[in-house]
Ligand binder design. Sequence first.
Ligand code: AMP
Length: 426
Amino acid sequence: MSFTSLGLSVPLLRAVAERDYAAPTPIQTGAIPAILRGGDVWASAQTGSGKTAAFALPMLELLSARSRPHGRIVRALILVPTRELAAQIGEAIRRYARYFPAPPKTLVVYGGVSINPQMMALGGGADILIATPGRLLDLLDHNALSLSAMSILVLDEADRLLDLGFSAELNRIVALLPARRQSLLFSATFPASVQALATALLRDPIRVEVAAAPATAPDIQQRVIEVDAPRRTQLLRHLVQENAWPRVLVFVATKYATEHVAEKLRKAGLTAAALHGELSQGARTAALADFKAGKVQVLLATDLAARGIDIARLPVVVNYDLPRSAVDYTHRIGRTARAGETGVAISFVSAETHAHFRLIEKRHRLELPREQIAGFEPVVTDAPALSTGGVKGRRKSKKDKLREAAASMNKPDNPSLESRRFRPWR
Ligand code: AMP
């Protein structure tokens, strides 16, 4: 199977050739012809399967043959769960569309940044709008766009949209869409909530199912949570309690951090122990035994101490501090999901460490979605020169003060912080 045989026109074939895609991926082979025929599609596809091109290429083909936008009309809407994904899709679409004589107007909008430039950009309408649901509703409330003549809807990562609590927003948006439209739903998983959404949204959909990409060895769900560095301990406590994890292995960077974080968790009422190379062998064995026996719920460990640890039924590993290398990342997350079990690996990423985590992802050819946990949304807007606090002898900068304010803040959605809310990192 080649891209040419899928029915795409020359400008798109040229863009695809430029990206060195040898052949369409299974999701592309399944979805592209169905979308070109104008039908609704319900596709199960993971990130990394080539799903963006699977909807973007035929969408561009269809739009290129239709009239251009005017007024505040948006012709195609792509709803996504995160800013990160929105930006990524926008970039991909611009690349795929570059050889059209008149490339479509493609806009990306999400919350956490000023709405005014987005409203201005929407003047004159857009061919393609990529949006997170909350910001789209804000823009609709401001009358910045009209969905009345929209002809293609894409819900990307529908399961994540629902997981992140966007159900009410989606219902409001769907109620504003014209009945005559083409709808495409992409999701990695199909729990009952996504099936209900698909039933409500799609008409006689073509089902495109692709076997999950060969799992990278064990069955580990990798999650990335954005959080300001000073709030990681609180977030960890929140996650442990909220999820009632029976056992959590937490990796930190230093021996000091193992003790310090364990102490804080104990004060908060959890059972926690430290495991590092400077403990006597006896103390290490005891800490591990207690952890395995369920007497200790949270084990804080350095890389060195954790090497070779094999704990059955360890459902969760947390990278409180990121590993130094991509190899260490594999090693750490491999502590969970042993012997055919499933597991979750969570990495905390802050403004200071996001670039480092991107490198780890690149090494593993991963692009993991970023999550934020309600009440723990980052407020630090860009990477400071230092990881935390100030340095001896150095006067506190504005940013240091800001970080301190964020760290000491009990109420994360303090309105005074609203104006310097988190900016996207890419
Ligand atoms: P996605 O699943 O859309 O996030 O895509 C994952 C990666 O696969 C992106 O870097 C795409 O550029 C790339 N990709 C998409 N389609 C193909 C293809 N047919 N052959 C090789 N790589 C592809």
